[in-house]
Design a protein around this ligand. Structure first.
Ligand code: NAD
Length: 475
């Protein structure tokens, strides 16, 4: 069995106790990781504070910080195969998707390496007696709390811009999937990141996670995870007025009009709800369909879902396991409840026979009422809820009828209608005719219960700096 360690102040540190890591495709424990204690957290905060006080990342030439980030990207590419195989074991995901995650992680470092030497303030004219300018300064210590569904890419998504801006970072890895992301710490170490600029701790949310969020020396919190935890972290942050980025859940809808290209739509449905077993914050978990094509489309989706191959991620199967026994139970509970709440089960809805791990059949529900829980709540599994609409106005209203607002999609060949929808849909990102269009270059984040602040793109860099204005009287 492999034993993994925490990365604290440039060193790998074992613990007094450990956390078992399970393979969701088999239910077997295959590794352990040191469970970070509150003393480990103190050590990480001290190392980060020393790094900030030394100003090693803040005062270096921006071009040097940029070069450091490029070196980290190269190191990530170098360990991507080992890391991806580990991600499949701990996360259950497809090998190809794990490889994409490492590739995306490297891209984040390259992208923000390109920005590290372009963090420019402005000069503000105040007349001949003054010189006034702004500078962007790092916050200091950025605490980053990561969820289990895409730990590698989400870790890189926040870490890369934070380092590009000159912050020191303490990452709290998810207790279910902490292993593959330790390779990001290894890449940073090999690339020569100064000691203390990154610590990575694995502990449970209720102890190390909560203590990190409430720590008096933390200057910023970046949280990606559930609404429930986000709320607890916001309470802790409020005590000390610490700025936060909140990347929370979603219940995103695709609106399909009768004139849509259905071939194109089927590919988006496949990625939108069945990729990573539907455990994606921006999953297409609701499909709103114009009534005239409802029966035809439901039949097509049912036959597509029935044809998907269920099995372990290492063989790149279509439907991989959900994360844990608890997640499987939760998803199946939503399915049972959906029928009781009047939805029609089209296909799936149960554990597939003959599989040892935590699999759930690709599931499609039709006639889902806007009052049903699978219409309003995040299921986080391969479960699609379909509802018919009769008018464009009703379509936008149904799409907006949840408390979330992460992403939304429109499928239509009528450009005017698509443009109207982009304005009326309540979401941080709107996809037109391709779910997950966009990339690391496009700002991402929510409205409503999906959170606030933006990750990805140039805009995200400014989540990691604060503006200082310098006003000088010259005579
Ligand atoms: P979660 O909220 O249970 O846990 C997320 C992280 O928070 C974990 O590291 C956990 O240990 C930690 N944590 C738990 N309790 C804590 C506390 N009291 N204080 C501090 N930290 C604590 O979420 P999850 O189940 O790991 O992830 C799934 C959720 O994440 C879904 O809701 C999904 O939509 C969301 N998510 C959002 C995005 C996004 O970018 N918006 C991306 C991925 C996942």
């Amino acid at each position: 069995m492999n034993d993994w360690h925490n990365f604290i102040g440039g060193k790998w540190v074992s613990g007094n106790s450990s956390i078992n890591i399970e393979n969701p495709a088999t239910g077997e424990i295959f590794a352990t990781i040191a469970k970070a204690s509150l003393d480990d957290l103190e050590a990480a905060v001290t190392a980060a504070r020393d790094c900030v006080n030394s100003r090693v990342l803040i005062d270096c030439k921006p071009a040097e910080r940029s070069a450091l980030l490029y070196r980290i990207a190269t190191e990530i590419r170098g360990i991507s195969q080992q890391g991806s195989e580990l991600a499949v074991l701990e996360n259950g995901k497809r090998l190809s998707d794990a490889q994409n995650e490492f590739n995306e992680a490297a891209r984040y470092f390259e992208y923000y390496a390109g920005m590290a030497d372009k963090i420019e303030g402005v000069s503000i004219p105040l007349g001949s007696d003054y010189i006034d300018y702004t500078v962007y300064e790092p916050f200091g210590i950025s605490a980053q709390i990561v969820p289990w569904n895409f730990p590698v890419s989400i870790c890189a998504r926040s870490l890369a811009p934070a380092l590009a801006a000159g912050n020191a970072v303490i990452v709290k890895s998810p207790e279910l999937t902490p292993l593959a992301m330790t390779w990001i710490a290894t890449a940073c170490q090999r690339a020569g990141l100064p000691e203390g600029a990154l610590s990575m701790l694995c502990g449970t949310g209720s102890d190390v996670g909560a203590a990190l969020a409430a720590h008096k020396d933390i200057n910023q919190i970046v949280f990606t995870g559930s609404v429930l935890t986000g709320r607890a972290i916001l309470h802790a942050a409020a005590e000390r007025a610490v700025p936060c980025v909140m990347e929370l859940g979603g219940k995103s809808a695709a609106v399909v009009f009768a004139d849509a290209d259905l071939e194109q739509l089927m590919d988006s449905i496949n990625w939108g709800i069945f990729f990573n077993a539907g455990q994606v914050c921006s999953a297409m978990s609701r499909l709103l369909v114009e009534r005239s094509i409802y029966d035809q489309l439901v039949e097509r989706i049912a036959s597509f879902a029935k044809g998907l191959k269920i099995g372990p991620g290492i063989h790149n199967n279509d439907i991989t396991p959900v994360m844990s026994a608890a997640q499987q139970k939760k998803v199946l509970h939503y399915c049972d409840e959906a029928t009781q709440q009047g939805a029609t089960l089209i296909t799936g809805g149960k554990k597939p026979a003959g599989h040892k791990g935590y699999f759930v059949e690709p599931t499609v529900f039709g006639n889902v009422s806007p009052d049903a829980d699978i219409f309003t709540q995040e299921v986080f599994g391969p479960v699609l809820a379909i509802t018919a609409f009769d008018s464009e106005e009703q379509a936008w209203a149904l799409a907006n009828a949840t408390d979330y607002g992460l992403v939304a999609g429109i499928f239509s060949t009528n450009i005017n209608r698509c443009l109207r929808g982009t304005k009326l849909l309540k979401a941080g990102q709107v996809f037109v005719n391709e779910w997950y269009a966009g990339g690391i270059e496009t700002p991402f984040g929510g409205t409503g219960l999906s959170g606030f602040g933006r990750e990805k793109g140039q805009e995200a860099l400014y989540s990691y700096v604060q503006t200082k204005n310098v006003a000088i009287k010259i005579r």
